[in-house]
Ligand binder design. Structure first.
Ligand code: NDP
Length: 333
């Protein structure tokens, strides 16, 4: 079947580094596909913190840079050599340039097929769970393999990654300590499996966690805050503990001397989710787990709000301003 594709589309890009005024909603060419590529018409697109890192210059990019890291949608065109996909296939995928009506992706990319008859609601849930779900799954299995009985420190616990991570930790029989900035977020964290909560606007994190753990500290910490919490997290790890530093919400962790890890024999990892699923075998493993959890409805996936593409600037203002819980989505029509 032939689906007509326009030559121009709407995208959200940045044309400079710095504040929110570098974000533009503009007309942009629809990409031309090569022999091994497919063109996807996007439906729901996940908003992530990483977009702000590109905009702030924390991660490098070439300007103008179309934002976005993931989406769900349907295949509307395919290159001559593509055999794995058909026009009309519904997919969830990881790729750059997804804050757009259309995105081209290599057929060898991280693309998960959804059933052809998948409902719009289900696509929304998959989109809301996708990047955060794979992050929580891989971090808790690969960055640090969480064991039953562990006590684990989780920052940004009411956020997109945080709420899923808390549920996974509970399933694994671990005790979780959730750090959040409001009482509302604390209540939500508890509802999603947190055993203990710390309100960072009212309590000193180190003092509170020491009290909760009877001075012992934690087996591992999932720290996405970066600069502001590095010292606290290091102080709170037990001997032989694992420090999973996976984000920069407050800024990048400054260079440090590795001998700071020595007194307690600490393991420090600084992963990106894509590094855990870039190999076909790993991708199969984690996508099987992902769909098992999503299809069975065992995971509670909280959607903060669905925004239209032109409202991305407002959305990220809320995300970066710590005003959101769960996942933010863009809807493309
Ligand atoms: P969240 O929904 O978790 O939003 C970020 C949260 O971080 C805020 O709600 C806020 O929660 C907390 N926060 C603490 N300090 C700050 C600060 N100074 N500025 C802003 N926010 C702060 O976002 P995501 O679920 O999209 O991502 C969570 C984190 O995980 C991000 O840091 C992201 O970069 C990282 N990440 C890393 C990946 C990887 O592969 N390495 C993959 C996916 C995400 P509170 O107010 O409760 O403190």
């Amino acid at each position: 079947s032939i689906i007509s594709v326009p030559t121009t589309q709407k995208v959200v890009l940045i044309d400079g580094i710095g504040g929110l005024d570098n974000i533009k909603y503009v007309d942009f060419p629809v990409p031309k596909i090569g022999g091994n590529e497919i063109l996807i018409k996007n439906r729901y697109v996940g908003i992530n913190f990483i977009e702000s890192y590109f905009r702030k210059g924390i991660y490098p990019c070439e300007l103008p840079y179309v934002l976005g890291r993931e989406a769900t949608g349907s295949v509307v065109a395919k290159g001559d050599n593509v055999t794995k996909f058909e026009i009309g296939d519904k997919v969830a995928y990881f790729s750059g340039s997804t804050f757009a009506q259309y995105t081209k992706v290599l057929d060898s990319g991280v693309i998960l097929k959804l059933p052809k008859e998948v409902s719009d609601d289900k696509m929304k849930i998959v989109s809301a769970a996708l990047l955060q779900g794979f992050t929580a799954l891989t971090l808790s299995e690969d960055a640090y393999k969480v064991q039953k009985g562990d006590t684990i420190l989780v920052y940004a616990a009411a956020g997109g990654v945080g709420l899923i991570l808390l549920q996974l930790l509970k399933r694994k029989g671990a005790h979780s300590i959730a750090v959040v900035s409001t009482d509302e977020k604390a209540a939500l964290a508890r509802k999603n499996g947190a055993e203990f909560t710390v309100n960072s606007s009212k309590e000193d994190i180190e003092t509170a966690v020491r009290k909760i753990t009877n001075g012992e500290g934690v087996e591992a910490a999932f720290d996405s805050i970066g600069r502001d919490t590095f010292d606290t997290t290091l102080a709170l790890l037990k001997r032989k503990g694992t420090f999973v530093s996976y984000g920069n919400a407050s800024g990048v962790v400054p260079p440090l001397s590795i001998t700071r890890l020595t007194p307690k024999n600490i393991k420090l990892v600084r992963p990106q989710v894509f590094g855990y699923i870039s190999d076909a075998k790993d991708l199969k493993h984690y996508s099987d787990e992902f769909f098992k959890l999503i299809d069975s409805g065992e995971l509670n996936i909280l959607i903060h709000k669905v925004y239209s593409l032109q409202d991305y600037k407002e959305a990220t203002k809320e995300l970066e301003g710590r005003k959101t819980v769960g996942k933010l989505l863009l809807e493309i029509s």
